[in-house]
Ligand binder design. Structure first.
Ligand code: 3PY
Ligand code: ZN
Length: 633
């Protein structure tokens, strides 16, 4: 009944509820008959079985049998030991930041549930695979610094492709992991989107994320423009969460031929971030180009010049990232990112196991051991198999990344895009065009969303056989991609030194660029009016988190709700069932709410030549159910 729904609601369980809980949690009143929910899920499973998941178009099903991955063994009845989150609560953000500085051991963030799958298989990891193992993290790895599990591209991909609610993911992880810091990535004024939002939208989004359980906000700007992260930083500073103000690393600070990104550049930016109130300083090496010598120089200098703990993030695209992490550790970095071994390497983060083993019995011993993380890696190895169709076809590291500087998350995406445009054989030209476009733009930081713009123009140049000289040739009239025009107009912000004026004028063709921060020109959004519009568009009540989704992605959110109305909450299905449907005689369980499980069996199927339908014979909790599905052309 109703009481159980209250008790089982994630915000009730985490203790976040007040006497106003029932008033502010309208979904408690959506009594949906269980039978109806079962029917919707059967409809989804049937559609996928007969016609395939729309997400699988152009991809082939893995041939390996898909076993349920084995969970690390843990005494689940014992409550988790206190971890970093408990410390944050006890000490507050400033005290916590001081505590980090006092640690001798190197602290570790596990990025498996965010950046690793964003960089390896197009952000497709589903909540079900994360929430199964999350309580084991709480019990077996309470000494991790944080779990990066939210934000970046995961927010829109969850709704757009996985048909699940990112807030529901956060609730589940928060409930399962009460003791370890949960971390998200946020793109300053671009929030979890691809363009500047109104300041009050960014503020509102951060407030909801903190209330629902995010403890660490890693905040960056895609052009390293500190002006564009202040609003987000201030919003985090109003909560009890940690504000990690972040520098994006590009170039090579030891390269005299590229003085723009020298040591002074980074130290100056770090000082601005410290002054803006950050609790932690992030170094985000999104492409994985920060060489060991460079990170050593950088960390040493920053340790002298700023008083904040330093958190280093890198990617293994070249194959050299463990060396950089070890150099950072030697220079005194406080926290580093890695991914569980089976989710590490290539465009993902360096292997946690390699870092842990490398530092055993040294001054920076992490306190973890390869043995303790091995069962986690084995679980993720099993999980990864069910995402095989989304993996990029790359088998080795590539030091070519030092030439093109594509972020890990973009590299595989852009290759895929090039392939779909029939330009796969011209990949080398695309990589060179990417480097050329960077120069045309004045040598900028390339990370979402600026990296997407560089990629768009690079593909455009290769597809149209244009050289950098052609781009600047006044005799040619070029219809530039929209994203390029938008960036030159200032929509995602500016580098501190602006864009090259000649290029900007040429691309804008008389349009005036925005002055200063684009977000400063966007009027505040009337939130209650937006809630009303969202309600009308979706036909349902909009709680605070839903409003935040709508403000970020109105169309994606509306489409997600439409899907959910038709098929129910498909996040409860296992990943193989979600992507590949059922084979005859398969039996699966789906927990539609705590304690309520559906047992679904596909007995068989027949094609009906008269109607063109395929009839599926299911058994639902022991009862026969037959449903017809029209085969799509
Ligand atoms: C994102 O913005 O999603 C990134 O991961 C940037 O590196
Ligand atoms: Zn990254």
């Amino acid at each position: 009944g109703f009481l159980l729904r209250v008790i089982n609601h994630p915000s009730f369980k985490t203790g976040a509820c007040t006497t106003r809980f029932i008033d502010t949690t309208p979904e408690l009143f959506h009594f949906e008959p269980r039978k109806d929910r079962a029917t919707r899920l059967l409809r989804f499973i049937g559609d996928v079985t007969v016609n395939g998941n729309t997400e699988m178009k152009g991809r082939s099903k893995p041939v390996v049998p898909l076993f349920a991955p084995q969970l690390p063994a843990a005494a689940m009845s014992a409550p988790p030991q206190p971890g970093t989150r408990d410390l944050l609560r006890d000490l507050g953000p400033e005290g916590f930041s001081q505590w980090v500085l006092e640690q001798k051991r190197l602290l570790l963030t596990d990025t498996t549930m965010r950046d690793a799958h964003q960089s390896l298989f197009a952000t497709r990891m589903r909540t079900a695979d994360m929430s199964r193992i999350a309580p084991r993290y709480a019990r077996l790895l309470p000494d991790l610094f944080s779990l990066e599990c939210w934000g970046g591209a995961t927010f829109d991909v969850a709704m757009r492709f996985l048909k699940e609610d990112p807030w529901d993911r956060l609730d589940k992880l928060r409930t399962a992991v009460p003791n370890i810091l949960l971390q998200m990535l946020i793109r300053g004024s671009n929030a979890v989107g691809y363009t500047n939002y109104a300041d009050n939208v960014v503020q509102y989004f951060i407030k909801q994320a903190a209330a629902r359980g995010v403890d660490v906000f890693r905040i960056f700007d895609s052009l390293n423009w500190v002006e564009n992260i202040r609003v987000a930083m201030d919003a985090v500073l109003e909560t009890d969460a940690l504000c990690e103000g972040t520098i994006c690393y590009t170039g090579d600070l030891h390269d005299p031929a590229r003085p723009k990104y020298n040591l002074k550049y980074y130290v100056d930016m770090a000082k601005q971030i410290e002054k803006a109130g950050a609790h932690i300083l992030g170094i985000k090496d999104m492409a994985g180009v920060c060489r060991p010598a460079a990170i050593k120089t950088l960390v040493k200098a920053l340790k002298e010049e700023v008083g904040l703990p330093i958190h280093f993030h890198t990617h293994d695209t070249s194959g050299g990232s463990v060396a950089s992490v070890l150099a950072a550790a030697e220079a005194g970095v406080d926290i580093v990112d890695g991914a569980m071994d089976a989710m590490s390497g290539l465009t993902s983060q360096p292997s946690l196991g390699a870092v842990i083993a490398s530092l055993q019995h040294t001054e920076r011993d992490t306190g973890l051991t390869p043995e303790r993380i091995a069962p986690f890696s084995r679980y993720w190895e099993g999980v990864r198999q069910s995402y095989a169709p989304f993996e990029a076809d790359i088998r080795s590291g590539t030091s070519d990344v030092y030439r093109h500087e594509m972020p890990g998350g973009q590299y595989t995406n852009l290759r895929e895009q090039a392939r779909s445009m029939g330009l796969d054989h011209l990949w080398d030209a695309v990589a060179q065009a990417y480097a050329d476009v960077n120069k045309l733009f004045g040598d900028i930081v390339k990370v979402t969303p600026s990296s997407k713009v560089v990629g768009d123009l690079a593909l455009f140049m290769v597809a149209n056989d244009l050289t950098p000289q052609d781009i600047m040739d006044p005799e040619r009239d070029i219809a530039f991609p929209d994203s390029v025009i938008s960036m030159m107009r200032g929509d995602i912000g500016y580098p501190a030194d602006g864009f090259p004026e000649a290029l900007q004028a040429r691309i804008l063709k008389g349009q005036k660029p925005v002055e200063g921060r684009a977000a400063a020109h966007i009027p505040p959004v009337d939130l209650e009016q937006a809630r009303q519009s969202a309600k009308e568009a979706t036909g349902q009540d909009i709680d605070d988190a839903a409003l935040a989704s709508w403000l970020m992605y109105p169309k994606v959110y509306t489409d997600y709700i439409t899907h959910r109305r038709k098929y129910g909450d498909v996040s409860v299905l296992s990943t193989p069932v979600f992507f590949y449907g059922l084979n005859d005689k398969d039996e699966v369980a789906a927990e539609i709410e705590p304690g309520k499980t559906l047992i679904i069996r596909l007995l068989g199927q027949t094609d009906e030549p008269d109607t063109g339908e395929t009839r599926l014979f299911f058994e639902l909790n022991g009862q026969a159910r037959t449903m017809g599905f029209v085969k799509a052309g």
